[in-house]
Design a protein around this ligand. Structure first.
Ligand code: CP
Ligand code: NVA
Length: 299
């Protein structure tokens, strides 16, 4: 039984295999006649749609479930929910406020549990990000991946995934919003190098990829005003992009707040790969699902 709560739940070979499976549009129908439970405690455009369509492409039935219908840890425990769902579905995927809830679900080993974004990690996003880098630049050719902004769930999974593939990363955040020592250790343990700075220009210098995410993540709305101030000098604009390599691309997990973390001009520039990146969410979801309900189960 395997779970996918963070990118390094995969070995390096497994990560490469999932990316390879993501490039195969005509995958075997691993989910024929089976369901996948999709639970969302927060809103989602890309993740819900890409997961539902990936399940369909694998011959399965996606079951969208609102958290209030299950009442996780109010109506019954998270552990009981997953043990019941295991009788109906091949896998359970959830977007949660508290990463610990996913860990408790996975610890039952009742069925594969997939993280669709938690306060800590967004590994399904990182798979699409790596697939996009492979397609746009080549994973063996990419130099630095620079992330500008909040060292949040999206950054953490991206940095771990890059590091596992030997890609050097840099992160520029305002004081108090950068990576923790534990984060740095985990990224470095995966094998790549990591530059941590408070200077966006230093991070972006010569980078092949410039990546950013919202300054205020879901669940942090009460901090919005303070964050607008703190991140004001961390906007990705054309001047900052001019520091990147001449062929450097711009990436964002989306949704983007144009005018906050990125300018409209950068979003609409030829360097911007945000829409192919978003579309890759479906392909990488299909790759991960194929692997977790197929090869990882010995099928
Ligand atoms: N990038 C991403 O996860 O988007 P959604 O929140 O719309 O699913
Ligand atoms: N960091 C953002 C990502 C949204 C896809 C959030 O957690 O809201």
């Amino acid at each position: 039984m395997r779970h996918f709560l963070e990118v390094d739940d995969l070995s390096i070979d497994e990560l490469r295999r999932v990316l390879q499976l993501s490039t195969q549009p005509d995958s075997p129908k691993m989910l024929d006649g089976q369901g996948v439970a999709l639970i969302f405690e927060k809103p989602s455009g890309r993740t819900r749609n890409s997961m539902e369509m990936a399940v369909v492409q694998l011959g399965g039935h996606p079951m969208y479930i609102k958290p209030e219908e299950l009442g996780i840890d109010t109506r019954e425990t998270a552990e009981d929910v997953v043990r019941v769902m295991a009788g109906y579905h091949a896998a359970l995927a959830a977007r949660v406020f508290d990463h610990g809830r996913l860990q408790r679900m996975a610890a039952t080993d009742a069925m594969p549990v997939i993280n669709l974004l938690s306060d800590v990690a967004h590994p399904m996003q990182a798979l699409a990000d790596l697939l996009t880098i492979e397609q746009e630049i080549g994973l063996s050719d990419v130099g630095r991946v620079a992330y500008v902004g909040d060292a949040n769930n999206v950054w953490r999974s991206l940095a771990i995934g890059c590091s596992m593939l030997g890609i050097d990363t840099a992160v520029a955040s305002p004081p108090g919003h950068g990576p923790s020592e534990l984060d740095v250790d985990r990224v470095l343990a995966s094998g790549g190098s990591l530059l941590v700075t408070n200077d966006p220009q230093e991070a972006v210098q010569g980078a092949d990829v410039v990546y950013t995410d919202v300054w205020t993540s879901m669940g942090q709305e009460s901090e919005k005003e303070q964050r607008l101030d703190a991140f004001a000098n961390f906007r990705v604009d054309s001047t900052l992009m001019s520091r990147a390599s001449a062929s450097g691309i711009f990436m964002h997990c989306l949704p983007a707040h144009r005018g906050e973390e990125v300018t409209n001009e950068v979003m609409e520039s030829s360097r911007s790969k945000v829409f192919p990146q978003a579309h890759n969410r479906m392909h990488s979801a299909r790759g991960l699902l194929s692997w977790i309900v197929g090869e990882a189960m010995g099928r």
